[in-house]
Design a protein around this ligand. Structure first.
Ligand code: 9MR
Length: 353
């Protein structure tokens, strides 16, 4: 570190926790030297934005395709980044064949689905044994009202699917950390349901190391007091708290929009895409203030938070240019479209110095 103290996010925040970013395929394939430079300088861990999801790794029954994910893991090794695995069981981006019996649309039986979950986790976690710091074992299984999502896993296996997933992951790599990850984590009903889930898993002797609060935030959501309550509540369950998919959506949201359910999709209208030529000063200021409000919370809770992970590196690559409306220009990350740090990056570094 230079005599002037921390100059980068990883020098500053890295004293307290991991600081990472989601990496997409063209970046981990090595096609974007600007991304390599930012990751090496500012981050000490990374998660694959898509290539470790079941749909990609298990395209057909009996077939595992690790080509893209292996490149990602090698890329992380080359650039000194710890690897976070995302994700083993998720209702979305699951291969269609998981839920059918192989003939037309007849559903798989309970036993078959259980076997498929176990085989997937054993194979994938086993393949990366010793190379992945921690896994998002189950993603987005709880609804905002605190009930379990009525996914095919839940409909066939009840909440036992979560236990099966955690047990199998631990058996496959006893040294890997294991997490539950979800969005909209500041709501009271969801917070309480996640705490119940963590306590139940622990009471059954299962390993769970952390809870991931995705944190797909906006300028005016979530309510930060409630957000802090969730950090405290999860920490009080005896697990690490991780901010796993951080970004800030600055664009006006269509009516009825909320959370991070990727099934949401609205039509592109000019009024929803107002900053094509850059953010006006007042919006940029509002965005900076929001970043600082969030990072002030992370700093205050630094004893509870073990990782802060941005959902992407630079604005141009963010999923928020394409969701919930395709073709917009958004500004949700800490590095601009040229991979240059925004001025707020320095403010964050100063906060942690
Ligand atoms: O950012 C991801 C986007 O590129 C994918 O199309 C989408 C579907 O796989 O998933 C996005 O990432 C999601 C993450 O895996 C889970 N939490 C919500 C994220 C944003 O939708």
């Amino acid at each position: 570190m230079s005599p002037a103290g921390a100059q980068t996010l990883k020098e500053a925040i890295g004293k307290y926790c991991l600081i990472g970013a989601a990496v997409n395929q063209w970046q981990s394939d090595g096609q974007v030297p600007e991304a390599d430079a930012v990751l090496e300088k500012h981050f000490n861990c990374a998660v694959a934005e898509n290539c470790m999801k079941p749909e990609t790794l298990a395209p057909a029954e009996g077939i595992f395709d690790f080509r893209v994910a292996d490149k990602f893991v090698n890329y992380c090794r080359q650039h000194n980044l710890k690897v976070l695995g995302h994700c083993l069981v998720w209702h979305s981006q699951a291969p269609d064949w998981w839920f059918t019996n192989g003939y037309a649309a007849a559903p798989a039986s309970k036993e078959v689905l259980k076997e498929r979950i176990i085989k997937h986790i054993k194979t994938v976690v086993g393949h990366y044994k010793g190379q992945v710091h921690g896994w998002d074992v189950v993603n987005e299984a709880i609804m905002d009202d605190g009930s379990f999502r009525k996914s095919p896993y839940y409909n066939l296996l009840g909440e036992e699917f979560i236990e099966i997933a955690f047990r199998t992951a631990h058996e496959a790599d006893p040294d890997a950390e294991l997490y539950y990850n979800d969005y909209s984590m500041s709501g009271q009903a969801k917070r309480e349901a996640v705490c119940r889930l963590v306590r139940n898993l622990k009471a059954k002797g299962l390993r769970i190391d952390g809870v991931g609060m995705q944190s797909h935030n906006g300028l005016d959501y979530p309510n930060l007091e409630e957000y802090e309550k969730s950090i405290d509540a999860f920490a009080a369950c005896g697990v690490k708290v991780m901010i796993t998919e951080l970004d800030i959506n600055v664009l006006p949201n269509p009516e009825g929009f909320g959370g991070a359910d990727i099934a949401q999709n609205f039509e592109l209208q000019q009024k929803y895409n107002p900053y094509v030529n850059g953010l006006p000063k007042d919006k940029a200021r509002e965005l900076d203030e929001r970043w600082m409000a969030l990072f002030n919370i992370y700093y205050k809770h630094r004893a509870q938070i073990s990782r802060i992970n941005l959902w992407g590196i630079s604005d141009g690559g963010s999923w928020l240019n394409g969701w919930p409306i395709k073709g917009r220009t958004n500004y949700p990350l800490l590095f601009d479209r040229q991979y240059q740090p925004k001025p707020v990056v320095n403010e964050i570094i100063k906060l942690y110095k």
